[in-house]
Design a protein around this ligand. Structure first.
Ligand code: IMP
Ligand code: MG
Length: 177
């Protein structure tokens, strides 16, 4: 069965350039501060985290956490659920939470609250995409890739019901695709 590919919103080259810029900014902000912890939120952030982490010029370790809030595709189920916790302690460490997208803001809000209670030396957020007009909760995004409209996007780690996660670019899913 053939299917139309999602329309390009950000090309591979556009993403690569933005990732370069963000990694350079993080490298400069944390220079001389010792090792940072890049904490990726599974699954959506895995490719973004892989690319950011390989461009940093500062010491870093990689950790993952998994949450779930959208049970199927784009239908929000409401609550955020912790599916897999971090393996190492983050106490006294400089943590950057790496997330694919902030929509309502629930997920990142829940994560930051929980992680702050564990006593990190500092905590910041690095987010690839922000659906600015849909965000209901005050969230601090310290490093942002792109702001987008209220559309469902896939590729570069993001999925629609597990489809299109490994598309090399970021595309928009239209209802009749
Ligand atoms: P929030 O809690 O409403 O901010 O939703 C954030 C989470 O929903 C993200 O981590 C994604 O997993 C998922 N999500 C929201 N919008 C999209 C989208 O357009 N494409 C893919 N995943 C999305
Ligand atoms: Mg996510």
């Amino acid at each position: 069965m053939s299917r139309k590919l999602p329309e390009t919103l950000f090309s591979e080259a556009q993403i690569a350039q933005r990732v370069d810029e963000i990694a350079a900014q993080i490298s400069s902000d944390y220079a001389g501060k010792g090792e940072i912890v890049l904490l990726g939120v599974l699954k959506g952030a895995f490719i973004f985290l892989a690319d950011i982490s390989r461009r940093l010029t500062i010491p870093r370790s990689i950790e993952f956490i998994a949450v779930s809030n959208y049970e199927h595709g784009s239908t929000p189920s409401g609550a955020v659920r912790l599916v897999m916790d971090v393996r190492e302690s983050i106490q006294g460490r400089h943590v950057i939470v790496v997330e694919d997208i902030v929509d309502t803001g629930q997920t990142i809000h829940y994560l930051i609250d929980m992680l702050k209670s564990r006593g990190p030396a500092s905590i910041r957020t690095c987010v690839l995409l922000h659906k600015e007009h849909k965000t209901e909760i005050d969230v601090d995004i310290d490093y942002l890739g792109f702001t987008i409209d209220d559309e469902w996007v896939v590729g570069y780690g993001l999925d629609f019901a597990e489809h299109d996660r490994t598309l090399p670019y970021i595309g928009v899913v239209k209802p009749d695709d």
